[in-house]
Design a protein around this ligand. Structure first.
Ligand code: TRP
Length: 329
């Protein structure tokens, strides 16, 4: 079985876009691959969260992952900071990561532009920590979005460079993996673009039904079709796209037809869409509440995950040290 590693930033709340874009596929992959999923809390320190925010977000992210179907019996689920070996490997890899190449990383340049007052060394070496996350498990595949492909390319570079420098064939070059046609892009409710975290445009798995109704009812539409079979505008197509994943095919068919013959009422479409979204998110929402009140279960998941991850990680680090020449006297 091919080993898959993926890190998720502890953002706290997953929206439908995250769910259909990544989670659904992660949940499937647990059955076909040896999966390790972790919460990248050390990475998130680059933005200086408060201790309360950090801990709360890690906990909430873990809960949402479990509620969405990540299964600790099938995959190794852990918190990055629970595996100190990753930080050890990160330190060692940093010696062969050049400031020039780190400076040229697109994500770093973006961050510098966005937050010129917080250009910390952790941001600069973000790709090295990510490489440590991946290489420590000798992952074959890493499911990532477009924005992470450059980081993965750098991971391969660091792996190759290490192998060349020490004349070994130790690290495997991991492959970026996107879900191709299985990847469903969920649009936002604001008329254009994809669903994001910004307020108003996203529906979160943790949203109360009443909140979901309000958000959907406020979704951007257009002034309605005037001639039969006119092309569907972007805001309406976006609602259809969401409908495609949460509603019955006959529901979607009904509204597509009523659009085509100009009898569509957007109020009715939105009402139906809101109810179908709620029907879909409700079980996840209930599981989230259950998990939230079960601290000992959460603690156990994290502890067991860390144990399994550390078993692999500690072996890698001791082999790497041996190769480098760090040997016990
Ligand atoms: N950088 C990734 C992101 O922002 C998160 C991440 C950290 C990651 N380490 C990783 C993803 C290792 C895959 C593998 O989405």
């Amino acid at each position: 079985m091919e080993r898959v590693v993926s890190g998720i930033r502890p953002t706290g709340r997953l929206h439908l876009g995250n769910y259909f874009g990544a989670m659904v596929n992660f949940v499937k992959m647990q059955n076909t691959n040896e999966c390790l999923f972790f919460i990248a809390d050390i990475h998130s320190l680059t933005t200086h969260p408060t201790p309360e925010d950090l801990h709360g977000n890690v906990r909430q992210t873990l809960i949402e992952y479990l509620a969405s179907g990540l299964d600790p019996e099938k995959a190794v689920i852990y918190i990055q900071s629970d595996v100190p070996e990753i930080l050890e490997l990160y330190t060692l890899l940093n010696m062969n990561a050049y400031v020039g190449e780190l400076n040229r990383t697109t994500s770093f340049k973006d961050k510098v532009r966005q937050n010129p007052n917080n250009v910390n060394a952790g941001l600069l070496t973000y790709p090295v920590l990510m490489a440590a996350d991946i290489l420590i498990h000798h992952a074959a595949k890493v499911p990532v979005g477009k924005d992470q492909e450059q980081h993965l390319e750098m991971t391969r570079t660091f792996a190759r460079r290490f192998n060349n420098m020490y004349r070994v064939e130790y690290f495997k070059e991991p492959e970026a993996f996107n879900f191709g046609r299985q990847l469903i892009k969920i649009p936002g409710l604001d008329g254009s673009g994809k669903m994001g975290k910004s307020e108003g445009n996203g529906i979160f798995l943790a949203d109360e039904p009443e909140v979901i109704r309000k958000k959907v009812m406020r979704a951007v539409t257009d002034s309605g079709p005037v001639t039969p079979n006119s092309p569907v505008s972007e805001p309406i197509q976006n609602l259809f796209t969401i409908m495609e994943v949460v509603s019955e095919p006959s529901t979607l068919e009904y509204f597509r037809e009523s659009y085509a013959n100009c009898t569509i009422r957007y109020g009715e479409l939105k009402k139906q869409l809101a109810e179908d979204i709620i029907k879909f998110t409700q079980p996840i929402y209930e599981r989230m509440k259950e998990l939230s009140s079960n601290d000992s279960y959460i603690r156990n998941v994290a502890r067991q995950g860390a144990e399994k991850a550390r078993a692999i990680a500690s072996q890698t680090v001791s082999e790497v040290k041996e190769i480098i020449g760090i040997k016990k006297f």
